[in-house]
Design a protein around this ligand. Structure first.
Ligand SMILES: Cc1ncc(COP(=O)(O)OP(=O)(O)O)c(N)n1
Ligand SMILES: Cc1nc(C(=O)O)sc1CCOP(=O)(O)O
Ligand SMILES: [Mg+2]
Length: 220
């Protein structure tokens, strides 16, 4: 996949009462989100598939990449969906075998030793720094990498693999993450908790684009 497809990556989370998550995703895409991950740690597979299909239908023609978190069978049931997995989930090589060459597959990096797993790296389209900072949105993360960790990973990850970062990212710190070596930023609350998800996405995207333009060499 193109690095530019990972500039602004929305992972779905809680939205304000009375708000439809699908409307939030569509507004965020209009505001500049380039990839959407449907992450639902409590709903049934049927519910994930139902919501995912609605998202994909509403995103037709937008150019936005769509992936599902964790659940291979849900991803298989949603046309065009890719899959994001972590080190405790399905192995990326198994995800690739099941979804085929055309699917987008991402893998969370919790630990430097994961980079020794060449079959996983070969199966992935992108890697995620997980997390860059602690975040109340996911209290059970592994030790945060910080900006130094983003720099270390950018140096250690094969240059062909885009690197995104997640955890505690806002419009105020997104540029620093790109300056440290990420090709893009992933957010949950900075968009899902906003009263205006489209404007929140637009502001974040402007920060990321400006940082990418000022730091050529790893992103384009
Ligand atoms: C883009 C992105 N990065 C990291 C994660 C976290 O994945 P994982 O460690 O498997 O944790 P859960 O999200 O499954 O709780 C992610 N989902 N997306
Ligand atoms: C879904 C997720 N995964 C993480 C990881 O570190 O792997 S952090 C996270 C939540 C990120 O939420 P927010 O943008 O609100 O900080
Ligand atoms: Mg997971």
């Amino acid at each position: 996949m193109d690095r530019a497809d990972l500039r602004l990556y929305l992972v779905t989370g809680d939205v304000p009462p009375g708000v439809d998550l699908v409307d939030v995703v569509v507004a965020a895409a209009a505001g500049g989100v380039t990839t959407v991950q449907l992450r639902d740690k409590v709903g049934s597979r049927d519910e994930v598939v139902r919501v995912g299909k609605r998202m994909v239908e509403r995103l037709v023609g937008s150019g936005v990449t769509f992936v599902v978190n964790d659940d291979l069978e849900a991803a298989r049931a949603i046309p065009g969906a890719g899959l994001h997995v972590g080190p405790d989930d399905l192995h990326p090589a198994d995800a690739r075998a099941a979804l085929g060459e055309g699917a987008v597959i991402g893998w969370s990096l919790h630990d430097l030793t994961q980079l020794d797993d060449t079959s996983a790296l070969d199966a992935c389209d992108y890697l995620a720094v997980s997390p860059v900072w602690p975040t109340p949105t996911k209290p059970d993360t592994t030790t945060p990498w910080g900006l130094d960790g983003v720099r270390r990973l950018r140096d250690a990850v094969p240059s062909r693999l885009p690197l995104v970062a997640i955890g505690g990212i806002t419009a105020a710190n997104a540029a620093s993450v790109v300056e440290a070596g990420a090709d893009g930023v992933c957010v949950v609350s900075a968009i899902c908790s906003s009263a205006d998800p489209g404007a929140a996405a637009w502001t974040l995207r402007a920060q990321v684009d400006a940082a990418v333009a000022a730091a050529p060499g790893w992103s384009s």
